[in-house]
Design a binder for this molecule. Sequence first.
Ligand SMILES: [Zn+2]
Length: 308
Amino acid sequence: MEKLCWPDGKSFAFTVFDDTDRATPGNFEKVYDCLRDNGLRTTKSVWPIRGPQTSRLGGATCEDPVYLEYIRELLRDGFEIGFHGATYHSSERATIAHGLEYFHELFGSYPRTMANHAESAENIYWGDARLSGIRRQAYRLLHFKRLRFYGHCEKSPYFWGDLCRDRIDYVRNFTTGDINTLKAYPCMPYYDPQRPFVKQWFSSSEGPNVHSFLRVISEANQDRLEAEAGACIMYTHFAAGFQDTNGNLNQRFRELIRRLASKNGWFAPVATFLDYVRQQRGEHVIDAAERARMEREWIKHKIWTGTS
Ligand SMILES: [Zn+2]
């Protein structure tokens, strides 16, 4: 992959996909105030509708008027609103279709980016379906909790692959522990002919809670991202400890974001960033060798971090 130049003479790119788990009015807004004040525009995912069952992890949906008002404010201020499934638990096709339409009604367009949620049965190409061939078999052997996901299985009540393909531009898959997402996964965004219900895939750098997030965006890593003229899409949960129960924002987060923002970086939402990469390079269709390389990269990362 040829090296990219960033828009407006910027030296590197940095953005965040915020997984909405646990986010509820009063426990995450300071994070966004800080990003906004420092000129960063990122992607906040949502669940459009309230599920009929109770939420295992907790978190508000767009049916909560106070939460919705804040999400709309973020959209007005240039943040992107992404999709994290219709709600916080498994949804069948009709509910997902309704969730997407309701999203459109609320925000004026369909979501452009999406990430699968935890153990939701409608997750698309998830679990062992993230991998191919021998690596899929190895994954099965290593995972005792054999969850199955059906978003791409046409005969399942959880199938919504066609809706995903028609409505959503970018879906998140592989992760790395490196701040430079593009270095670990240089061909993103890409189309995978073996997974045709996803238009384009993107990867991310993993920092699921405040501690791991801060480790990835440390001073040394920021400097390296800049030196490498790289690009970072952090994947995190901004309701996971960034703001304490008294409503105070983590001080180190504030410092590190301020430091990052003082650099000559491009801080646009995930879809804007991915559009730019695609415009510069054209559509990229991965072949078997590229798929295998990415799968190995991901397995290496998972073994290293011990996460599933
Ligand atoms: Zn989630």
